[in-house]
Design a binder for this molecule. Sequence first.
Ligand code: PFF
Length: 443
Amino acid sequence: MFVLAATGSAVGLGNIWRFPYITAENGGGAFVLVYLVCILLIGVPILAAELSIGRRARRSPVNALRSLARSDSGGRYWWLFGYLGMGAGLLILSFLSVIAGSAMAYMVRTAGGVFEGVTARGAESIFIGLIGDPERLLAWHTLFMAMTTVIVARGVRLGLEWAAKYLVPVFFLLLLLLVLGGYLFHPEAFWQGVGLLFYPEFSALTANGILVAMGHAFFTLSLGMGVMIIYGSYLPAGTHIGKMSLAVAATDTLAALLAGLAVFPWVLGSGLEMGIGPGLVFQTLPVAFGQTPAGSWFGALFFLLLVIAALTSAISLFEPTVAWLVENKSMGRPRAAAWVGGGAWLAGILTVMSLGPWAFDFQFAGELRVKGMFDILDILTSVIMLPAGGLAVALFAGWVLYRSRTLEALGKDGVRFRLGYLVLRYVTPLSLAAIFVHTIGVI
Ligand code: PFF
């Protein structure tokens, strides 16, 4: 069951909302290739490391790092990374909830036929109408956060497992329906979309694109913030962690590619431009849906898909901090969930305000352009905090934990284990370090 829960955490807004536009912006197939390499060399090893740390310690991330450092070869401050992860998780939760809330608003609007025949201008003004109205946005943000808090408060069995069991299959069903819709309504554009995803245009790939691919590999597999450590702590003893990590990464990648195939045909088939950043989902797609007879239905399904995807991810973002509150502050689970939900809700208000009344926009010395709080949080978490947390996990699992214990935790697996272990010890940290040096250069 926790394979499904981990998949639910991994597939989310990152796959449906972020992957298609960063792919279109960074050279299509070439970017996908770099992204796949990042998933294999950085993502999967860290995912396996997080899951096995969790399963060995059976505690929240902060306490897991503390107790395993003590029982293996030492180091005093590893637990600090547990807090870094909790912080990153809460920040991500805060803006994820605002986007998910907007998707809920759009689900209602699309179903009501608001976008039928709408022009690009019209869609833009509808979008600005939503984000420029903090009260409305706040209401949707509140509703989404409340739903998530209730599910988390119900506990691991009745909340997390329940959501994974029902929502993940529904997610894939909806995704397939949308791909099918794209194919039926825009057959030519469908193949253009396939080309965009799989034909590598290396000239469009920049150094910044590689950074984006790496950051996204972390984000999409929910790494670097202890989520997979806490999920690992719920895994039964017999689970083969290596296989499970590969399965989660493969399913997540499949979801991202399918999302590309669900989004590109509608956009390209309506003669619209692809590379326009985050506005893709809230501005371009509604125009595309509005041009097709059954578009309102598919549009509503698409936004429902976004909401479900966000929900199973948001639930997992609560978990490291909820588990920590339960262990360290002896709180009951519902109270812990309310604290986390309340805190992230408050932080989300910053995003709500910066999308409308407090909007700002500036450019760093290099190529980095920042638009409002949302961009700051996105860059801070996926380019800095998550890779830092991931680097710490790779070093911890590769160099601090005893090899024999990790081997035991992963299930003995001869050559494959040794290969994975070598990657975790050398390749993963070195590529992360190189990427960090580059990031500092860009900023
Ligand atoms: N992995 C999720 C996505 O791709 O949308 C987002 C996410 C969930 C990030 C949970 C981090 C996390 F801990």
